[in-house]
Ligand binder design. Structure first.
Ligand SMILES: [Zn+2]
Length: 101
């Protein structure tokens, strides 16, 4: 299949029900994307902003070597609705585990 970000030929490492893992050698690297998000983007005919998404992945890899792009991340950080960049990248959702008392 094609890379969901840059459309280059890539390998789907794993396609589970809820997400697909893609390995793109054209520059996006390895990432997971939620199946729900892919469906939403197809429906709306939207595409990832390549530069923004790659920068986001780079940052997200500090937390997780194979970051999952969820619908939340897309709408908060990656949607290229306005041309004016408010900040370079919106802060990544805190991934701290919930600690039970
Ligand atoms: Zn790619």
């Amino acid at each position: 299949m094609k890379c969901l970000i840059c459309q280059a030929a890539s390998n789907t490492v794993h396609a589970a029900g809820e997400w697909s893992e893609v390995k793109c050698s054209a520059g996006c690297g390895r990432y997971k994307v939620s199946a729900n998000l892919v469906a939403k983007m197809k429906f709306k005919n939207e595409f990832f902003d390549i530069e923004r998404t790659r920068r986001w992945l780079e940052m997200a890899r500090n937390d997780d070597p194979v970051p999952l792009i969820s619908t939340y991340d897309y709408f908060v950080s990656l949607l290229h609705r306005d041309t004016e960049e408010r900040s370079v990248i919106a802060p990544i959702r805190s991934r701290q585990p919930l600690v039970a008392d």
